[in-house]
Design a protein around this ligand. Structure first.
Ligand SMILES: [Fe+2]
Length: 350
């Protein structure tokens, strides 16, 4: 082969390889950018490996072993090399959640609000499991609302949901409209009497030209995840951005690996943007080429006929491609908070 042809072929191979990598990883838009790197689901505390797939590690400057649970019944696994004691602080656990520890020499648990401090005495070369479970009940009640910002409206929504007897809240995204909102949201989440699972909104990802997704993943929760409680499967789906191709990114990987599960009575998806905007002339639905049919085909495959969304600051319902969309983006209940009028409506499910 002539040298010129070799260089041309090599260049083509590099370009094709780069394109394949980009398409596989996925492009988020707007604004245009590659999908975020994967965050680790385990971390090394001295020589103890802590697997925390059901919780994010809260990255504060003072406390390495602090986690925020993203599911009602989280499991942690510790792989211990050298004998030691360790303390783990877990946030966002229901007061009803009961801990079972296996493999430790001894353990104690102290509750304060939704936080549990677990002290463990660990033997060398041991494997230790921590599993919280919720006692079975005939049904569990959840509240769903989005678009609260992080301040007093979020605090009001949490109080209202608890007063309505909700066991947990599905937050439909957009905790962040102002520079201080992540700090305010974090304070409200720590104060909440019931657990909150949050789906990322467009403003949580990027607002006013500033990227906030690192703060979301470090303080609030993952981009996508699932849990099952009382036979109902909940799917948290990231619609903060559009993806190219529709099947790419963490969302694409997450949804494609989901399989139908036994012992599931119903499946409910919760996300930020709905699949359709029923208001004439408005387009606050999931955008992007081919995304809605792709999402609908997978939700139908998983027998998921219900999608809870925010983004539109109204209470609306619409059926789209076989999926019933409940829109509950009325979290900015400023009139409820200040004028004490009943304006915002929280969606309740049992
Ligand atoms: Fe939004």
């Amino acid at each position: 082969m002539k040298r010129r042809h070799f260089i041309q072929l090599s260049s083509l191979a590099v370009v094709a390889g780069g394109a394949a990598y980009t398409l596989d990883r996925g492009i988020r838009y707007p604004s245009l950018g590659l999908e975020l790197p994967v965050l680790p689901k385990s971390f090394l505390d001295r020589d103890t490996l802590i697997d925390h797939k059901d919780a994010i590690r809260v990255q504060t400057q003072t406390d390495q072993s602090r986690f925020r649970a993203n599911v009602p019944e989280p499991k942690f696994e510790l792989h211990v090399k050298t004998a030691r004691t360790i303390q783990l602080l877990i946030e966002n656990l229901s007061p009803k959640a009961q801990l079972q520890v296996t493999g430790a020499k001894s353990s104690t648990e102290t509750a304060s609000g939704l936080q549990r401090l677990v002290k463990l005495d660990l033997g060398s070369e041991s494997r230790v499991l921590l599993q919280w479970t919720i006692p079975s009940a005939e049904n569990y009640r959840f509240a769903a609302i989005g678009d609260t910002g992080g301040g007093p409206e979020l605090g009001w929504c949490i109080k209202r949901a608890a007063a309505l007897g909700a066991d947990f809240i599905l937050h439909l995204g957009d905790l962040n409209y102002r520079l201080e909102d992540y700090d305010l949201a974090r304070a409200n989440l720590l104060d909440s009497p019931i657990p909150i699972y949050v789906s990322i909104g467009n403003h949580d990802y990027r607002d006013g030209g500033i990227y906030y997704h690192d703060r979301f993943r470090a303080l609030i929760g993952p981009l996508n995840n699932e849990f099952t409680l009382g036979g109902i499967r909940f799917l948290n789906i990231d619609t903060a951005n559009d993806f190219f191709p529709a099947s790419s990114g963490h969302r694409g990987n997450f949804i494609q690996q989901l399989k139908i599960k036994d012992n599931v009575r119903d499946t409910v998806a919760f996300t930020h943007r709905p699949m359709a905007d029923p208001r004439p002339g408005d387009e606050h639905d999931i955008g992007g080429a081919g995304q809605i049919p792709w999402l609908a085909s997978h939700l139908n495959r998983l027998n998921c006929k219900t999608l809870l969304a925010g983004h539109i600051h109204s209470k609306l319902e619409i059926e789209h491609e076989g999926i019933y969309n409940y829109i509950a983006g009325q979290g900015l209940a400023i009139e409820d908070v200040i004028a004490e009028k009943s304006v915002a409506e929280i969606l309740l499910g049992d």
